[in-house]
Design a protein around this ligand. Sequence first.
Ligand code: PEP
Ligand code: CO
Length: 445
Amino acid sequence: MTDWAPDSWQGRAAAQQPTYPDPEAARRMVAEIGQLPPLVTSWEVEDLKTQLARAARGETFVLQGGDCAENFDDCRADSITAKLKILMQMSLVLVHGTRKQVVRIGRIAGQYAKPRSSDSEVRNGVSLPAYRGDLVNREAFTEEDRTPDPTLMLRAYERAGLTLNFIRALADGGFADLHHPEYWDISFASGARHHADYVRIVESIRESMNFMTAITGVDAEVLRRVDFFTSHEGLALYYEQAQTRRVPRREGWYNLSTHMPWIGMRTAQLDGAHVEFHRGIKNPLGIKIGPGMNPEWLVALVDALDPKREPGRITLIHRMGAGQVAAKLPVLVEAIQRTGRTVLWVCDPMHGNTETTPQGYKTRRFDKILSEVEESFAVHTELGSHLGGVHFEMTGEDVTECVGGARGLSEIDLERAYRTRVDPRLNYEQALELAMQVARGLRGR
Ligand code: PEP
Ligand code: CO
């Protein structure tokens, strides 16, 4: 690729970027981060691509999940452990439901930048730059805090490194007890309609693990490093550029800030900077697609980002909203089918189902989230296509941001522990229950 470079995006219109008061300082920061070691390696990136190719063919299933936006304060042992734990548990439940290996991908170790609907925020007649995530500026409503600060890119790189270091240590075995199903607490669902099914799922996972351990003599649940991957929205392009490099004995450029960046809904312009940047890196790429996507645009995007039709390269993450899937998704699936490509389809049932309560909380309803997943499975099956994964915003902690689930969280409960700075996440119980519901549905099909 001769007409591409890690900074060639700078010649295109770049949506959703901070305006740094001193662009030279931002460039210096990119150079500095570029000298630091990579957060992930090219062989891990290639391994994930291989696994995604398998998922696209229906051989494995993908679970992608984590915070809407990570923040620097949450770079703590308990919070990281809780996120890994819930992702592990959900993945085992999905193994049970799909009878396939599950590829686990966190929205983690780099999910520090957010697209915003407006560049500025006005409070009491004062207008300041919008908060764009900890990688860009600070949330407090003062001129100093909201002014984009390039040194925060370095802080983000460091936080991502600390997070990943701890994840790798946990994933290397120190963490084995968390997926012993006998320690799972599903008492929260004891009054719920499907409680007996949940108990059966946990029981069945426990039996499978005991069986594996008995016949192989190895702890079946021992996690290996390759079993956990990172992803984040490839949004703040100076940051993405900074860790993009060549590696010995491989062709091309790798963005080694994460295994899998994705292009968000608001930055998928064909001639825009985000498509330009991502077309040149070797990583597997996600593309979010919402109700505003059309077949021509989608096919052009996929052609631009994957001209060589490389297996595992493209994951299309649809987020249409419950009740919308049957109307919006088929034309897109059919358009991709007509190209003869095999892509990985993943359902994000979060971003099309956000609503605001009368009290002013942004929330999402458990039932709608589940419903969008079920509708998506049905549409793909109908079209002879294949839904190969799910994408959730969730946390391992006991927050109250989404409503519904076995505990019947209501809008009034949201006040208790509403902590997200951006989108509402499923809490530990809701996330586990959602995985169980999806597994129930899959086993029933
Ligand atoms: C997100 O994943 O947090 C997000 C902003 O999604 P989308 O681009 O699909 O709106
Ligand atoms: Co979000």
